[in-house]
Design a protein. Structure first.
Length: 81
């Protein structure tokens, strides 16, 4: 999970997370994990770009996240299903 989160955010501990993951599951496992992270990130970007509407449960969840992150109301209004 740490590797996936670090990879998506491209944060400063990505190398550390990758190294820990490789120690646990080997190089081929890291390659598979990176491919999985990439696939999900790509699918999410495509869905966002096409304007696919969120179902009400997911929209409510994202609204709470956006509020916790203090994002402005413009984003919150666009999350309504």
């Amino acid at each position: 999970m740490r590797f996936a989160e670090s990879a998506v955010r491209n944060d400063s501990d990505l190398d550390f997370a990758r190294s820990n993951l490789e120690s646990a599951i080997g190089t081929s496992g890291v390659v598979e994990a990176a491919a999985t992270v990439s696939a999900f990130e790509g699918l999410n970007r495509i869905a966002d770009a096409t304007g696919i509407q969120l179902d009400s449960g997911l929209a409510d969840f994202r609204k709470k996240d956006f509020a916790n992150l203090h994002l402005n109301s413009h984003f919150l209004q666009n999350l309504s299903p």
